[in-house]
Design a protein around this ligand. Sequence first.
Ligand code: OAD
Length: 272
Amino acid sequence: MEEALPHRAAELLGDARRVVVLTGAGISAESGVPTFRDDLTGLWARFDARELATAAAFHADPDLVWGWYEWRRTRVRRAEPNPGHLAIAAIEARIPGTTVITQNVDDLHERAGSPAPIHLHGSLFAPRCVAAAAHPATIDDAADADADAPDGEPAQPHDGRRIAPPRCTSCGTLVRPGVVWFGEMLPEAAFTAAVEAAAACDLLLAVGTSGVVYPAAEIPRIAARSGAAVIQVNPEPTPLDRVCAVNLRGTAAHVLPSLVAAAWAADPAPRS
Ligand code: OAD
């Protein structure tokens, strides 16, 4: 039997004028994109992903690191947005002052209809060269075919396959993934916009994040300190529980559409 959605959560969303939605890997889990901390061992049996997500790892073995990111990019390209992503796009359509902030490097929010999510940790689709004044690089989609099983087959764990990264066409240095690695700064403009949105919102929805990676994990806390209500959607408890007005223990694809439906059940017209 499905647990009833707490009335308080629907009320908070129904009354909200400025909403921030902060997402983590859990929002894309039901699209088949693996999270980091849930099933790292199953997907990444031979290497520790956290040890690969560093500039030092790329310099030590660029082909291994590029191969892993190509594998992830191919998985994302084959994934589709789920009802959780779509519900977030519906909130944005309904409440103009909504900001979507994601820690994810996939493009599933965009493909669900979110016009401009803030990517705190970069993107799998924006590689750049390693030069100090980095040049953006274009992606060779033909390389995808080798990075994973053929379409229609279940995704396999990455097997450590190496793929040589391309060279920058402007300066000749290696091209690297356009993501934030451990030990690197977040993109400044993205982080500033995220902090400003969190400080000015009246409701923050934290969806599918373990809330342990900083500074992104500070965003819900900034909203709470600024007087916003925080609602969390996550099947598991997290350190964010205690800053939340409501904790909805369920999956994003399940809970978010119910929340959206309940919030506007009595008033189906979009707010002007
Ligand atoms: P994590 O893998 O740390 O946490 C995923 C969270 O999603 C967990 O709390 C799960 O309980 C929850 N979850 C799993 N399935 C879910 C579902 N279907 N619906 C809702 N929630 C679900 O991912 P993040 O918090 O995003 O950083 O990790 C933060 C950062 O750590 C990532 O952006 C990445 C990683 O290292 C960088 O790469 C810089």
